[in-house]
Write a protein that binds this ligand. Structure first.
Ligand SMILES: Cc1cc2nc3c(=O)[nH]c(=O)nc-3n(C[C@H](O)[C@H](O)[C@H](O)COP(=O)(O)OP(=O)(O)OC[C@H]3O[C@@H](n4cnc5c(N)ncnc54)[C@H](O)[C@@H]3O)c2cc1C
Length: 324
């Protein structure tokens, strides 16, 4: 049993989820009594690989090739297949990024294996690894075990493991040059899409009032805006609210929005899907208002109000105004 963690960088900049996955790999290695190695792919990877030499890893594979300079699923899959054939890991872990979602199914299938995606936790039972992923919008947790020999594949959800718990150590770097031919890469990458500058920095807000689909329609947004105003809070939202344009994208919290950790996060009419939770569960105090007592948001909430937001929020606003 050995673990390989594949880290993600783009144009020499780490994806922060890489370090959460590295931390998970170290934790799993410890619990399973084995070792973890790390791999990064690109071109001219020396400087980034050197940053990993101070971590507790058996080895750092710098997978280097001109054809890996820009990400393509064909080149990444071919390079990783060759590395896996050489390193023979039994478990290969990835951060659950958009890039990984793009090529991991192809890589796993090409080796006749499955990939368990979106893992939020794990445990080791009688020496056997059990991975946990959520189903039905977080209402059910599924336990999964790999059967058969490795390599087995899994991607880990953002926020599931803590990057600040990475163990220090010393690791040698091994350069690995895969055999790649331009002819086998069917995609020609164009210029990277750049996001526009964000005008709202939710990360700096001390209090956030966040609204979800429970608000029903755009005309009702002022109801929660009033609550935000009386609390001196920033207004944020779950993804569907931003997708339909009721609030701007820059106010979206979650795996494809902003990650926030305010002193207080008040979730109004938000169910608590994993993609939302990973963006706000680090908040110091979480308050949830939801009419469904079984909504997953209550699992992370410190205080919960089970009720109709159209009744609860105006009453809360009045009470807060009186208390001022
Ligand atoms: C790749 C990917 C990335 C994603 N990224 C994000 C992301 O960054 N952020 C994000 O938020 N989501 C994201 N999602 C979507 C996510 O899976 C959920 O669909 C979304 O978070 C649900 O939003 P919601 O809680 O507002 O809506 P719903 O899940 O529809 O929940 C609405 C809640 O409102 C409650 N409610 C209804 N009426 C009332 C009322 N009158 N009073 C009180 N409560 C009421 C209901 O009980 C329910 O719990 C992503 C999904 C994918 C696949």
């Amino acid at each position: 049993m050995s673990i390989l963690v594949v880290l993600e960088q783009r144009a020499g900049v780490w994806n922060r989820m890489s370090f959460e996955t590295l931390s998970a790999a170290q934790q799993l290695a410890k619990e399973l009594g084995t070792s973890a190695s790390a791999a990064l792919l690109g071109q001219g990877m020396e400087a980034l690989a050197a940053e990993l030499t101070s971590k507790q890893l058996e080895k750092v594979y710098a997978v280097d090739h001109d054809l890996l300079q820009d990400y393509t699923p064909d080149a990444y899959t071919a390079a990783l297949r060759q590395l896996i054939q050489q390193a023979q890991p039994s478990l290969v872990l990835f951060p659950h990024t958009y890039q990984v979602r793009d090529f991991l199914p192809k890589l796993a299938t090409s080796l006749g294996k499955v990939a368990v995606s979106d893992v939020v936790a794990h445990r080791v039972a009688s020496g056997e690894l059990v991975l946990v992923r959520q189903l039905f919008q977080g209402k059910v947790n599924a336990d999964l075990r790999f059967t058969g020999p490795g390599p087995n594949f899994a991607s880990l959800q953002a926020g599931a493991y803590r990057a600040d718990q990475i163990a220090a150590g010393s690791a040698p770097v091994e350069k690995f040059v895969p055999t790649l031919a331009a002819g086998e890469i069917r995609i020609k990458p164009l210029e990277l899409f750049r996001e526009s500058q964000r005008a709202v920095d939710l990360g700096a807000a001390e209090i956030i009032v966040s609204v979800g689909r429970g608000i029903k329609e755009a005309d009702n947004i002022p109801i929660v805006q009033q609550l935000a105003d009386v609390l001196g809070a920033e207004l944020a939202a779950s993804r569907p609210i931003c997708d339909v344009g009721w609030l701007p994208m820059e106010r979206q919290v979650g795996s494809s929005g902003q990650t926030v950790a305010p002193k207080m996060y008040l979730a109004v009419g938000i169910s608590g899907a994993i993609q939302h939770l990973v963006g706000m569960k680090g908040s110091r105090t979480i308050v949830a208002i939801n009419k469904d007592a079984n909504a997953p948001i209550f699992e992370v909430a410190d205080y919960g109000i089970v009720g109709d937001l159209f009744q609860v929020v105006p009453e809360l606003v009045e009470a807060l105004k009186k208390a001022k």
